[in-house]
Design a protein around this ligand. Structure first.
Ligand code: ZN
Length: 255
């Protein structure tokens, strides 16, 4: 694998990520939640920041951009749909674009639903997916703009990537996600084991990022909206997966 990936905590519950090309030393931060946390992670690893790949315009993903750019002279890549809400942008990306970090390549997927400008970065050669606030370990983002159908379509698209894809999400909500998942899908043995793993990780100060798509497809209730068990738990037996997904998302908002 020609890349190194490092994840670390930022702010309250954000997860920062760095991906570095071993061949060239180029290194991208996925989002910039906080200047000091990102700079500290770079220093700890001895890496040089060349790029910031922004997933969406929310403040907890962009507030460190200007300071990091001033400090490292890095390039800032951001979704075109975010417009001027992301500061100091050099490259605006849309669906289908390919972004290089040194010799590494990422495909840009527009993944709306949490917000309209959200993109995810797929490093196919490294089997690494940076999907910020779309897909979380055992959960998914809130629908703040757009519709549940949009978020469901975005999730299905990500779920179609290879099972061994490492999923790097933008927040650590694993314990509350696990509590909800166990309510929604109480007979899922793989989920029970995963929830125990989440408890143990938390007790040791770790967080379960990255996850894999295989794990998420087996345990994440939002990716399992097409399963009869999930339809049953929201009282929508026989309904389509999109409707079950919307009901699960609504239930989680109230849970
Ligand atoms: Zn967000």
């Amino acid at each position: 694998m020609p890349a190194d990936i490092h994840v670390f905590r930022c702010l309250e519950d954000n997860i920062g990520a760095l991906i570095r090309d071993r061949a060239t030393g180029a290194c991208a931060a996925i989002d910039a939640p906080e200047e000091d946390a990102v700079a500290g992670a770079l220093e700890e690893k001895g890496w040089r920041l060349t790029d910031i790949l922004v997933t969406h315009r929310h403040w907890d993903h962009v507030q460190g951009i200007e300071a990091l750019k001033a400090r490292f002279g890095c390039r800032v890549v951001a979704p075109a749909k975010a417009g001027d809400a992301v500061p100091a942008v050099d490259v605006r990306v849309v669906e289908g674009d390919v972004i290089r970090v040194g010799d590494l390549q990422a495909n840009v997927f527009e993944t709306p639903g949490h917000c309209q400008d959200h993109v995810s970065y797929w490093f196919g050669g490294e089997r690494a997916l940076f999907c910020a606030d779309v897909l979380f370990t055992l959960g998914c983002g809130r629908v703040l703009e757009g519709t549940p159908d949009q978020l469901w379509a975005s999730l299905q698209r990500l779920a179609a990537l290879p099972d061994d894809t490492a999923v790097y999400s933008g927040h650590d909500y694993v314990l509350s996600n696990a509590r909800f998942a166990l309510m929604a899908d109480p007979d899922n043995e793989a989920l029970k084991r995963r929830a125990e793993e989440a408890q143990a990780a938390k007790a040791e100060g770790r967080f379960l990022v990255p996850s894999t798509l295989r794990q998420e497809k087996a345990t994440n209730p939002f990716l399992r909206a097409g399963e009869p068990a999930l339809a049953r738990s929201v009282g929508l037996e026989g309904a389509g997966a999109g409707a079950v997904f919307a009901a699960l998302r609504e239930w989680k908002n109230r849970a």
